[in-house]
Design a protein around this ligand. Structure first.
Ligand code: NDP
Length: 487
């Protein structure tokens, strides 16, 4: 059976490249190629730039209420097409249908709805200066680029395009080569909603296409989601033309369980923060610090719930709640980290091996893995694994755990579980992290800005705050009186 070949999306339609070059896309749950994708060659790239510039001219001149209405139509279409889009995400990423059908499309639609609703409220201000005055306009930036990771492909495309488009910018988006289809479907939805051609374009390919976007002189901003190392390259590329950047990068976040915590609730947080989306979430609380006095109870109940409640298998099966890792390469990387944990002396309590569920043979599954006796300097405690590997560390007092939690180059997220309201705020205020949770882990409503401290990022996504990252201020001074001049 011949497999479909998809094309780039430029100027409101699919566009064939000139070279005919394609890459294969694999379903991580089976290891089988599921479709081919055309690579953006020089022809596509030039068309994308031309189209995004034309799209920007039309879109930025449109009244914000009109832009808002069109974006809200896209929201309705996304929700109507939820199941079809969620299935694409499951096949591309290997994540469970149970998650994708209620989170991925929905959280993307929420972001577009939120920013579409804010669009007409974007305003400047004015102030008197003696008899003169000045006013400011909050203007769009121009053509923005979005470069996405593979763990939440459609959601990332929505989280980047929503504020960009609401503020009147156009966008060229490059999804990860592993998961290229969701962004194309979003582009189709924007066109179906009546958003003008060229406002949202999708170019496909590997890192070189991302690098081309970050260097291009006609692009005013790059919003990037991915690893810290890649982020640094994108920022260096953006520096060549002094582009604005938003960087949503990796983490090695702490999750702290104090002795007075509701232990079952804390275990829920630790499991969500390590095993949801089979551990492929940037904010994961992979360093679980548990107070020495409760660690035995914590571990006992955690193991029981991990053994009894995790269902690994065909991600499309409605009962599956734990899917496959994104690729063979990543699968091996995660297994190598697990081996390093063992070699460096951590105690493997659970998992640690590759799995091959009978209903999803050939997939890149790794068992939910739990280490105890982990120390701060071990590789599994310092480096982002981006897989289902939880490290349990013990601590004795508050100052010690704050110091150890912050002892990392990352600063994406942090969570604490305690019943003591004073301690909760005291500790969280000392966490060097941009996204923090008290007695919760992972909730990310669209109203809440997200982004990293330290090397985990620059700028924010979601929340009203993000409007500032997709607009620029123009100040206009108006002279009402004769100009004083010594000349
Ligand atoms: P990568 O950094 O490998 O890739 C991210 C994107 O950048 C992909 O589209 C990739 O293309 C592209 N790319 C690769 N090289 C370059 C380059 N030189 N210039 C421009 N673009 C380039 O990240 P992953 O896709 O592996 O995603 C996992 C990472 O993303 C983790 O570190 C995770 O923590 C982080 N992440 C952060 C989030 C946040 O909000 N803070 C959310 C989700 C993930 P291609 O894949 O085709 O090579």
């Amino acid at each position: 059976m011949s497999l479909p070949t998809h094309q780039n999306y430029v100027n409101g339609q699919y566009l064939a490249n000139k070279t005919g070059a394609t890459f294969d896309v694999i379903n991580p749950a089976t290891g089988q190629v599921i479709y081919h994708m055309e690579i953006a060659d020089d022809f596509i790239k030039q068309q994308a730039i031309d189209s995004a510039k034309q799209g920007f001219a039309v879109w930025s001149a449109m009244d914000a209420t009109q832009r808002s209405r069109l974006l809200l139509k896209a929201v309705a279409l996304l929700r109507e097409q939820n199941d079809e889009l969620a299935k694409i995400e499951v096949l591309d990423t290997g994540k469970p249908w149970q998650e994708a059908s209620v989170v991925d499309v929905e959280s993307g639609a929420d972001a577009i709805e939120f920013f579409a609703s804010l669009a007409p409220a974007i305003e400047g201000n004015q102030q008197s200066v003696g008899d003169d005055f000045y006013y400011s306009r909050r203007e769009a930036l121009g053509v923005c680029a979005g470069i996405g990771a593979w763990n939440y492909p459609l959601q990332i495309a929505c989280w980047k395009s929503a504020p960009a488009l609401a503020c009147g910018n156009s966008m060229i988006f490059k999804p990860s080569e592993e998961t290229p289809l969701g962004a194309l479907k979003l582009a189709e939805v924007f066109t179906q909603a009546g958003i003008p051609d060229g406002v949202f374009n999708v170019v496909q390919g590997a890192g070189d296409v991302g690098a081309w976007l970050s260097h291009h002189s006609d692009i005013e901003k790059v919003s990037f989601t991915g690893e810290v190392g890649t982020g640094k390259k994108v920022m260096a590329g953006a520096a060549t033309t002094l582009k604005d950047v938003t960087m949503e990068l990796g983490g090695k976040s702490p999750l702290i369980v104090f002795e007075d915590a509701d232990i079952d609730n804390a275990i829920s947080g630790a499991m969500l923060g390590n095993f949801y989306t089979q551990g492929e979430i940037c904010t994961n609380g992979t360093r679980v610090f548990v107070h020495r006095s409760v660690v035995n109870t914590f571990v006992e109940r955690l193991l029981e719930r991990t053994r009894n409640n995790i269902v690994v298998g065909d991600p499309m099966h409605p009962d599956t709640n734990f899917g496959a890792l994104i690729s063979k390469k990543h699968h091996q990387l995660v297994l190598d980290y697990i081996q390093k944990g063992i070699d460096e002396g951590a105690t493997l309590l659970e998992g640690g091996e590759a799995l091959s569920p009978s209903d999803s043979a050939g997939g890149y599954f790794v068992a939910p893995t739990i280490f105890s006796d982990v120390t701060d300097e071990m590789t599994i405690c310092r480096e982002e694994i981006f897989g289902p590997v939880m490290s349990i560390l013990t601590f004795d007092d508050e100052d010690e755990v704050i110091r150890r939690a912050n002892d990392t180059e990352f600063g994406l997220a942090a969570g604490i579980f305690t019943q003591d309201i004073t301690r909760a705020h005291r500790v969280i205020h000392q966490m060097q992290a941009g996204i923090c949770w008290i007695n919760n882990y992972g909730a990310s409503p669209v109203q809440m800005p997200v982004g990293g401290y330290k090397q985990s990022g620059i700028g924010r996504e979601n929340g009203i705050e993000t409007l500032r990252h997709y607009t620029q201020i123009k100040s206009v001074y108006v002279g009402m009186t004769p100009l004083e001049s010594p000349f």
